[in-house]
Design a protein around this ligand. Sequence first.
Ligand SMILES: Nc1ncnc2c1ncn2[C@@H]1O[C@H](COP(=O)(O)OP(=O)(O)O)[C@@H](O)[C@H]1O
Ligand SMILES: [Mg+2]
Length: 486
Amino acid sequence: MNLLLRSSGRRVGFDPTQVGWRIGTSKVPAGVGLWQPWDRTAGTIGPQGSGKTLDILTPALLQAPGAALVTLTKADDLLLTLTARQARGPVAVLDPFGAAPGLPELIWDPVDGCVDATVAEKRAKAFCAGTIQGGDDNTSAARFYAAEAAKVIQCYLHAAALAGYTLHHVLEWAANPRTATLPAEILRVHPMAEPNWAGLLAGAVNNPDDRTAGNTKSTVDQALALFATRDRRNRCIPTKNRPAVDIADLIRRNGTVYLLGREDPYVSAAPLMTAVAEHVLDTALRLANESGFGRLCPPMLACLDELPSTAPLPTLATRMANERALGISFIWASQTWRQLVRVMGEQQARAVKDLTNSLIIFGGSKDTTFNREISDLLGTRRVTRRNHQHGPRGSVSTHGEDTPVIRPEELRELPARTALVVAENGKPIIATLHRAIDGKPGRQLLTQQAEAREQITPAVGAGAGVGVVEQTALAHATARNLGLTN
Ligand SMILES: Nc1ncnc2c1ncn2[C@@H]1O[C@H](COP(=O)(O)OP(=O)(O)O)[C@@H](O)[C@H]1O
Ligand SMILES: [Mg+2]
């Protein structure tokens, strides 16, 4: 830990901002500052509007001294920290839905690096992990098809990288898996191809059971669905004029990668965002290992808001276990515990929760099972009760009684700007939090947000500035010219 030294060399104190971020202030005992070291992980659970983003993730991000990977679902949350993060380093925004156009774009090529079969495999798995959504009723089947689809995508990515094809070709192959013979040919003939992957691809694509093959194909489609429109696809195909962002350089310069998804049951950005997040974290890991300090210095923060719907990283538990010591810090947020379980599976979700050093829980949740589980986790305390016997021979007796430290209903009733903090092996703490938009610094942040909003330009692309009526008329005229109408 760094001690502040005066020029005289005298020790004058310890500056906690150098080693961690401030969560809030404890209520009991009153007024003790709660600090989370960067080499510890945090997770927060609370219903929508409870304060996860403004009271926990935003303050942490604003205090982060180094690079950051940020996932979020609201453009407003991005704009709130944009100016502060731009002051720290370069910013790149992956915005597949065009919610914040005009900001520096993250151009990333999913095929890049897939000459290495392990990269192709990891990337495909990340894409497919994002297909398991909270709404799926049958998640074990979804998980099976995610694994089958990953086989197909990993083979396509590897084949494309080996022979110099782009994402366009990968999408073409994925659209017609049974007739696209080129990827299998590349995998069979190319000396640098991973042995046996031609067979792996054939097995997944030509499954004799039509239903399995059909479901695998539709999962592949789902994983790549975001690329269905040309504009989004082009963001993943670097050109001379729009080169790919150098992620390693961005991390070295304390930059920020924002991945802006949205909660949308129709087109999820989760497959792409999960794959990008994995790539950014792998790059950070490589830099940490190459660093003379054996870690990233200053540390990098992975600030994963709305984890289940943005980037449910399949490697999160492993990373949280290993990488916090390498200077990569993790904070995640989820609206409910159940949402996390549905997307990650019970085992993974529990591993993530167990590896979370500080669990920060907001009130307002109607998930009684979860509230009870947290109440059980915190156990009981022994309180002394006095019994007074009245009457001529009145007496006083005492006995001990075990009562829950916090009852499930008390958890639900926690007021706003307050949370239960369960940190490592310490006693549970009710904390008062500081909302990022409160007070003078908050007003400044809101001003910066309003200014940043003005940087946003209306979406450019096909049909920009043209109404639906005009677009439809143009489409019909073109169809007539081509002889497509009678
Ligand atoms: N610009 C704003 N001005 C005032 N209140 C806001 C603003 N933005 C959000 N809030 C309020 O702050 C609370 C916490 O929001 P937020 O941290 O985004 O919740 P969560 O991330 O848990 O969904 C919400 O109740 C919301 O209504
Ligand atoms: Mg939020």
